[in-house]
Design a binder for this molecule. Structure first.
Ligand code: NAD
Length: 331
């Protein structure tokens, strides 16, 4: 079938390759002329995975109307802070009843909103779904076995996307908790930054496991306040994504943490990375929201203070370990 992919970055490209291998015809949309021409003329994405020759069934356009006329099944893989801007372009096209599957993982800083809310405000007539779970673009691109979760507010919609996306090495589980999927996908990036910092400080495997586990407790508490079911976080979009992000050099957020933990400022670390690490933005939105909803998130707050208040990781570590003793409480 025809499928439109909005965004030609790492994940948009990885997923397009996966879908093309399944026999779908993909039209990607980008704002980068050179990138579009290169994909169309020689099957190479100039932005990422330059060594990969993309199948001929992947084409690219700069024209949003053309992209949306290609299919009413549209997938969006855009960094969170630009999601509203792209939604507005989609709305401007006037095309109605688009089946929109969102792959982004983050929270909009300016509003503190989860992404389904941004879509609801900008494109209320679209039929919205979200996909989340452990899915490094690098691995999806080359067909490594991957399992993800997909949820929609619309009856039967998740099952339709499940059939479209599933392949021999890509397994989609339907879920019924859009909010949980979005909270899990967004917040795990914060703990990946913490994991990278901990690795740079050589704190050991125990510390890494403590970050993942106590991070999960913070995600559960935060998600519950936003209306998610805490059990969702024991699945692919919670524990699954947290593990893959906190333990892998593929993770930009982990690498950002490594650089910051080695003494670089956030600006220096972001420049070195050269790509968007969503966790650095998400932590700002999460800290705002955690204050508003009175949710205790000491690890997220520690990451925030290291990134934005120039406090040293050593000081934050000392503070975390001198907090009042208590019972382990998950949510
Ligand atoms: N990379 C992964 O492994 C992965 C996996 C799962 C989910 N995600 C999520 O998918 C989203 C996209 O990530 P990515 O890794 O593909 O990002 P990326 O930085 O590799 O690429 C993003 C793409 O968006 C485009 N873009 C940037 N600003 C834009 C704007 N204002 N208007 C239109 N297009 C714009 C860029 O040109 C680029 O093509 C993120 O939310 C990320 O968390 C990524």
């Amino acid at each position: 079938m025809n499928i439109t992919m909005l965004g030609a970055g790492s994940f948009g490209t990885g997923m397009s390759k996966h879908l093309a291998d399944l026999g779908h015809n993909i039209l990607m949309w980008t704002i980068d002329k050179e990138q579009s021409e290169s994909i169309n003329n020689n099957g190479r994405n100039t932005f990422c995975f330059r060594d990969t020759i993309l199948p001929k069934s992947i084409k690219c356009t700069l024209d949003m109307d053309q992209a949306l006329n290609h299919s009413d099944r549209v997938i969006m893989a855009i960094p969170t802070q630009f999601e509203r801007e792209v939604c507005q372009k989609v709305a401007k096209s006037g095309k109605k009843d688009i089946h929109m599957l969102n792959l982004a993982k983050g929270i909009e800083i300016s509003t503190g909103s989860l992404l389904h809310k941004v879509h609801e405000e900008e494109c209320p007539e679209n039929i919205y779904s979200a996909l989340s779970g452990p899915s490094h673009a690098e691995e999806v691109l080359i067909g490594c076995p991957t399992a993800v979760a997909l949820a929609s507010f619309h009856e039967g919609e998740a099952a339709i996307w499940q059939k479209i996306l599933t392949g021999n090495n890509f397994r989609v589980y339907t879920a019924d908790d859009v909010i949980g999927l979005e909270v899990g996908g967004a917040t795990k990036n914060i703990y990946a930054v913490a994991a990278g910092i901990s690795k740079a400080m050589s704190l050991g495997d125990n510390a890494l496991a403590a970050i993942a586990c106590r991070g999960l407790a913070e995600i559960m508490r935060f998600g519950k306040k936003l209306g998610a079911s805490p059990m969702t976080f024991s699945g692919l979009a919670g524990v699954g994504d947290l593990m893959v992000t906190c333990y892998s050099m593929h993770s930009r957020n982990f690498r950002l943490g490594l650089a910051v933990g080695s003494g670089k400022t956030l600006d220096e670390a972001a420049k070195e990375l050269g790509q968007v690490a969503e966790g650095a933005y998400t932590v700002r939105a999460v800290i705002e929201n955690s204050k508003k909803f009175d949710v205790e998130m000491p690890l997220a707050e520690g990451v925030y203070r290291i990134l934005y208040a120039n406090e040293s990781p050593e000081k934050i570590l000392r503070e975390l370990f001198s907090r009042p003793l208590k019972a382990e409480q998950l949510f």
